[in-house]
Write a new protein. Structure first.
Length: 135
């Protein structure tokens, strides 16, 4: 982040969930959809979102991050928010890129896997078939 810029805008995606993170100088506050990170309902997903902040250490304590998520489910939104936060922190501090990549590549690279399309005559699933009995 250069001296003229006041904030950094990044985005992350996972399945059909999208997240946008706005990073600005501050005191370490993190909000997701206007809710503080420590007040999120599901602890498992809050921990997943907190991973890049823990790895960043002091760099994360000097910035405020506001994340907006939409689409998908709770897990997809958590992973999208995690990606957006990590990208914003790396844009703010280049030294974090190697730390994040060594820990988990999906912190900086989106997971491109998607649900396989359903096939006709398969009872609602992509690969399941009707069981046969020859007796």
């Amino acid at each position: 982040m250069s001296k003229k810029e006041t904030h950094t805008l990044t985005s992350g995606k996972r399945k059909s969930a999208r997240a946008t993170a706005v990073l600005s100088k501050g005191s370490g506050k993190v909000t997701i959809n206007k809710v503080p990170l420590n007040l999120l309902d599901q602890e498992m997903y809050a921990l997943r979102v907190r991973e890049p902040l823990i790895l960043a250490g002091d760099a994360a304590a000097k910035v405020d991050i506001h994340v907006t998520t939409e689409g998908g489910g709770v897990a997809g939104q958590a992973d999208a928010a995690r990606l957006a936060i990590a990208k914003a922190l790396v844009e703010h501090n280049d030294k974090l890129e190697s730390v994040f990549l060594d820990y988990d590549r999906t912190l900086l690279v989106a997971d491109v896997r998607r649900k396989e399309p359903k096939k006709p005559n398969r009872r609602g699933r992509a690969r399941s078939k009707r069981q046969k009995s020859y007796r």
